[in-house]
Write a protein that binds this ligand. Structure first.
Ligand SMILES: Nc1ncnc2c1ncn2[C@@H]1O[C@H](COP(=O)(O)OP(=O)(O)OP(=O)(O)O)[C@@H](O)[C@H]1O
Length: 528
């Protein structure tokens, strides 16, 4: 196992200085999907009472490893030792759960038309040894949701009526109710809003103190910094090394992830962009009311601007973005400005015709055609561009797609493969490519870097900076504070379904932004 050395052969500190019991030992796993080698040589050791971050570029094999541990995939080679018992495989999710492993997956998995309570306990009777009474189920469900959410939903609420973040919290609560020995969070934090993530980390720390081993898969360096005790890096399906949570730098991790110094520089802001205050207005809102009785929002979006939408979850930023996309008509007006003419946007088709593109937040359901190929997913809204005298010319589509494979570093086998064979981050890149290919004048992005690795994120930032310098206007909802700081010309902060604050580049700091979420001055609140 390569736990003590980086790719360059540098000796790293030991994986863990303490002597806590190793509860999970994964050795030399391999996994092939036809010609694709998803894992070549993956090894990791998890100790009791440890939060172990598993990191790597999109497509490096993290989810495959997790799916093997969850009994979803069978490895070709290697072994898994849980509490001293060696398994060559975990034959089913049930076997994995019986061994104490519970996983919260990247894409929120739930039964949408069932209640919160039903979702929390779904399938439990076959997993836990003793049956749990209805009253106990209610009491325990309430307790965990109260710990995880400031305002927990009623247990009768249908899951489909919850926000994406709250649905993800339910998946997390579901795993916690199973009393895991090993809890795996596979990018489970990426759909969470700021407040829910803070609460989740408190709960995770509590679990750690009770001896649970936690595997945290994340692309966010701030999360690793905040709670990672150990960090294992995967590259191209193999473990590169493990470093201690107290002794790493972003540069070092990126070197381990990429095998070189490939960290793209934070370009967008570093190029000292000047906010284009005199550029033509492309889109504006006039007295747009996001919720009855709330203050209307009137703003102008200019060519070349990068505007962030921020705030705690459910404060109106999502409604605002969707209103701009014609998806959520609200009282007031959204106007597309072109030369001297103004066209009211009242439907999504109309927004599309006016070259306003919208990238939804949730891949599943909202934007991914899971049964279709990678190329078909890319080309859906722009296929007409590839028609010559009424016939589609596939080579034209492939050529257009090739440009985005290159720009966004999309990792794929053949573009005719099913989109489901791509890693989550690469699926997201295909969706972004799809909308960029419409050559929009206004690009509306709903938390687009969810699940995208650090280098790909930086590539996207650079691309957005380049496109805005060519006159595109970008409005981007992001749940990642650092993204606003790094990228935006200005950030609109939403609170109680109104735009409560606007922070210009010059006043944008982590502290000022987080403080404004809570309607406070920067000095009143800590960012952690
Ligand atoms: N069911 C499958 N069929 C074919 N190939 C697959 C399948 N699942 C994963 N792969 C391939 O295995 C490789 C590893 O994918 P995996 O999802 O494990 O990466 P990851 O590190 O979790 O990426 P991300 O950060 O984007 O989620 C990728 O090349 C992916 O395309």
């Amino acid at each position: 196992m390569a736990t003590n050395a980086t790719a360059g052969g540098t000796v790293m500190p030991p994986a863990s200085a303490d002597t806590a019991t190793v509860i999970l030992k994964v050795e030399n796993l391999t996994k092939r999907f036809g010609p694709t080698v998803a894992l070549r040589d993956a090894s990791i050791e998890i100790r009791a009472g440890e939060i172990h971050a598993l990191v790597g570029e999109n497509g490096s094999g993290k989810s495959t490893l997790v799916k093997i541990l969850s009994g979803v995939h069978t490895p070709n080679e290697g072994s898994i030792t849980i509490d001293g018992k060696v398994h060559s495989r975990l034959p089913s999710p049930r076997a994995s759960q019986a061994a104490g492993i519970f996983t919260v997956f990247q894409e929120v998995l739930s039964a949408p038309n069932r209640s919160v309570l039903e979702n929390l306990w779904l399938g439990v009777d076959g997993v836990l040894r003793s049956r749990i009474s209805h009253n106990e189920k209610v009491t325990r469900a309430r307790a965990i949701l109260q710990e995880l959410l400031e305002t927990p939903p009623s247990l009768d609420t249908l899951v489909e009526d919850l926000s994406l973040s709250d649905r993800q919290v339910c998946s997390i609560a579901r795993a916690m109710l199973r009393n895991p020995r090993i809890l795996i969070l596979d990018e489970a934090t990426s759909a969470l809003d700021f407040d829910s993530r803070t609460r989740l980390f408190d709960v995770v720390r509590r679990l750690r103190s009770t001896g649970v081993g936690i595997i945290l898969i994340t692309h966010r360096m701030d999360e690793i910094e905040e709670i990672g005790d150990q960090i294992t890096v995967l590259r191209s399906g193999a473990t590169v090394g493990t470093v201690s949570g107290h002794a790493w730098t972003t540069k070092q991790l990126v070197e381990m992830m990429t095998g070189g110094e490939h960290l793209t520089q934070p370009t967008a802001r570093a190029e000292s962009r000047v906010r284009p205050v005199d550029a033509p207005v492309l889109l504006r809102t006039e007295e747009l009311v996001l919720s009855p009785g709330k203050a209307p929002v009137s703003i102008a979006i200019r060519a070349g601007e990068l505007i962030g939408l921020a705030g705690l979850e459910g404060q109106g930023q999502d409604t605002f973005l969707k209103a701009l996309a014609g998806l959520h008509p609200a009282p007031g007006r959204v106007l597309r400005v072109h030369d001297d003419a103004e066209t009211p946007i009242t439907s999504h088709d109309q927004a599309h015709a006016q070259r306003i593109a919208y990238v939804p937040r949730e891949r599943r359901g909202e934007s991914l055609y899971e049964w279709m190929s990678i190329l078909d997913n890319f080309v859906a809204p722009t296929i007409a561009k590839d028609a010559v005298r009424g016939f589609i010319r596939p080579e034209r589509t492939s050529k257009r797609f090739a440009k985005y494979i290159d720009l966004l570093h999309i990792k794929l086998g053949r573009s005719s493969d099913a989109i489901a064979t791509l890693s989550g981050g690469n699926q997201q890149k295909v969706i972004i490519a799809r909308w960029l290919a419409t050559e929009p004048r206004v690009l509306l992005l709903n938390d687009p870097t969810r699940g995208i690795d650090i280098n790909a994120k930086r590539d996207l930032y650079r691309l957005l900076a380049q496109l805005t310098s060519e006159g595109l206007a970008v409005v981007m909802l992001s749940t990642e504070v650092d993204e606003h700081i790094e990228l935006m010309d200005r950030v609109l902060v939403f609170s109680e379904h109104a735009c409560s604050n606007e922070l210009d580049r010059s006043s944008l700091t982590r502290e000022s932004l987080v403080a404004s979420f809570f309607g406070k001055e920067a000095t009143d609140v800590s960012t952690h």
